[in-house]
Design a protein around this ligand. Structure first.
Ligand code: GLA
Length: 387
């Protein structure tokens, strides 16, 4: 496996590339419901209009796979009969997906693939899921593997567990593949039942503010949070064997175990139970057009993530605080795994420019870091085109 330097020449196949499959694979936002997916709870994501683009074609070999990332000027070549974890993080997404396809007993041949991205990494808009799911969707079409869309999301999640080492939930992959234009998804992560809700925010828009920080605690703390939740469930199961996840626990039940739960398990579980309730309430508020109510739930979500789940960081907290006294901002919260990335804000569209200028100046003054905005609109999931 090699990373291209400018001095190296790309294999001939990449000059004058004639693809037979094209894929556009989007990133995602999440309106509310953070760290609930791996607890079998509820989330409210949708795909966005920022994507990773793939082109695929079969090559003349049985098992040589050649991948060129234009965006990173990086080249990867591997044999799909001989896969192992790489030291380079991005390579593990494609190697992991290839591996999971093989685990399912599907047969592949040699192929070439070009990848271009307009999704920023580290911003919490899930470039990882876009890479995994787009790659899986491309191979599915190229080799007629017969995988359903849901199977693509599930094998991509497994790739992230087994090759990348991040024990993520299903939200990002599901949103990237299954979203519908101009809708948000109320996803039940236990049954994978999805309700598509029109993304109607009246005169408001969803605005992402990118802190441009990505603290390296993110991966290890993510897996720790998951373990803390699972440990809490194990304790509760001793009395209530029917409990399979925090999804099945309410606050009253949780109180019974307060003394028995160790370390931070109680406060982690409490956050998850409350966040699930907020997602359900947010659904009602959005359907009724009550943006104020929805906005308050966003703030509630942030408070829980900051104080009980402890996955926020000073930069995210600063931006959420900065929005609180602005009556044209209905809600604001950190989005995604945490420890950096973006806040998501529900803001009157005609106030965006003014607010961004003010927030960027204050943010720079405080942290000496440039604030970026990412304009997003709820979009269609993965699009596969056969040429
Ligand atoms: C990351 C994970 C998701 C989800 C979020 C937090 O994006 O990939 O599965 O857990 O964090 O809500």
């Amino acid at each position: 496996m090699s990373t291209l330097t400018n001095a190296q020449k790309l294999p001939e196949t990449f000059t004058n590339f004639k693809p037979s499959i094209k894929v556009a694979s989007p990133g995602r936002i999440n309106l509310i419901g953070e760290h609930t997916d791996y607890n079998n709870g509820f989330v409210m994501p949708t795909a966005i209009d920022k994507k990773i683009y793939f082109e695929f074609k079969e090559n003349e070999t049985d098992s040589t796979c050649r991948i060129y990332s234009v965006t990173y000027n990086a080249y990867l070549e591997f044999d799909h009969n001989n896969l192992s974890i790489s030291e380079k993080s991005w390579e593990n997404y494609v190697l992991g997906v290839t591996n999971e396809i093989k685990v399912l007993g599907k047969s592949l041949k040699g192929f070439d693939c070009i990848i271009k991205s307009d999704l920023s990494t580290g911003a919490g808009i899930s470039s990882s899921a876009a890479l995994e799911c787009g790659f899986a969707s491309g191979l599915n079409a190229l080799f007629d593997l017969g995988l359903s869309k849901v199977e693509i999301t599930q094998l991509s999640q497994k790739a992230e567990h087994n090759f990348v080492g991040n024990k993520c939930g299903i939200m990002d992959q599901y949103a990237s593949v299954m979203s519908k234009q101009d809708h948000i998804i109320l996803l039940d992560c236990e049954s994978l039942h999805a309700e598509y809700i029109p993304a109607d925010f009246k005169s408001c828009k969803l605005l992402l503010l990118n802190t441009n920080v990505s603290h390296n605690l993110a991966d290890s703390e993510y897996n720790t949070r998951r373990q803390e939740c699972e440990a809490a469930v194990e304790v509760i199961q001793k009395k209530y064997p029917e409990v399979k996840s925090l999804r099945d626990v309410n606050l009253e039940m949780l109180e019974e175990f307060k003394a028995q739960l160790e370390g931070k398990q109680y406060q982690r579980a409490r956050y998850v139970i409350e966040e699930n309730e907020r997602v359900i309430n947010a659904t009602t508020a959005i359907k009724a057009g009550k943006l104020n109510e929805f906005g308050e739930l966003m703030y509630g979500s942030h408070d829980g993530l900051q104080h009980n789940y402890e996955v926020s960081c000073p930069e995210l907290d600063f931006l959420v605080e900065f929005s609180r006294d602005k009556d044209y901002i209905y809600g604001s919260r950190m989005m995604g795994g945490g420890f950096g990335g973006c806040t998501i804000n529900l803001i009157e569209a005609d106030k965006i420019d003014e607010y961004v200028a003010e927030a960027a100046e204050a943010y720079f003054k405080k942290f000496n870091i440039k604030l970026d905005t990412i304009a997003v609109s709820p979009s269609e999931g993965t699009i596969v085109e056969k040429l």
